[in-house]
Design a protein around this ligand. Sequence first.
Ligand code: ZN
Length: 348
Amino acid sequence: MNGIEGRFEVAGANAALSFFRTLEPARLGHGYLFTGPAGVGKKTFARELARSLLCETPKATLLGYCASCPGCTLFAAGTHPDFIAAAGTIKIGGAGGSALHDEDVTSRDLVRELSLHGYRSRYRVVLLGDVAFATHEAANALLRFFEEPPSGVVVLLTASGPGALLPTIRSRLVELPFGPLPAAEVERILVAQGVAAGKARLAAEVSLGSMSRARALLDEEDSGVRDASYAWFAQALLGEPADASFLRLDDRGRTGAEKRAAVGELVELVRAAARDWVALQLAGEDAPLLAADKRDLLSGLPPREPAALVTLLAAVGDVERLAATNVSAGLVVDYLRLQLAPAVATAR
Ligand SMILES: [Zn+2]
């Protein structure tokens, strides 16, 4: 037996996994602190632990849940009455809101939530993600809890920096370190989230083992490539030398498949840009666009004769088919640029 019955889906978390796998349920404490860099799975582990504790199917292990009992169903719906999650700074006092609420937690809320026993479960789990305490008094709410904790109440805290918690609080917690995720694990999760394999591998390589860093890099790359693709489209339409360096077709570190994927993305974006540009000429400034944020750029481009627009849209469609073949990525880009370029006045 590996110390887990049922489901438990986390990445990394080696220290926390081996700790809770071997912990007898009767010896579960009242406070745990998960420390480590951002994006390495601290909160994911805390949520999976909470879900395990609130699962109503009998199990011999602390970790693991059935995913089908009423407790698991309530947890999945985000409505389990014995799971409270909050993040951010715990402020002092409070307006007396009805429950803990993300980003707006007060010490009074915290005191109330920590004083309650489980409603339907033998456990009540309070997850405080990346918490900081605005004042000493706010921190005291948590200290008082540790002096006389109600049975079954478990507080899980996550922190990325060592200085976020007072030593008096820290000393009451069992601290479990979270290290960077292996690159292969980051890649696996990104692919499961729908990121293309080539991109996922690159992002994982430079992620330093952090999912949040990998996602931020992908988002930035996406918007960078998109902006560069629209600029390329405008330059090509004007007949200017279009800058395709963002496609990194000369990068020897990139495989042919990666280059073709980059060009495929350019062709797709150019097709959307061409449709929007034509729509602006047909319906005027108020035409609904696929890319509303590019309206100014596209409406500033010179119009063409309707017949030329029909030919251009058809040609871009042809390039999309060409890009799906084995033709070299550089040739596809050159061919696309020629289709967009203004017709050269032919001397007769
Ligand atoms: Zn269950």
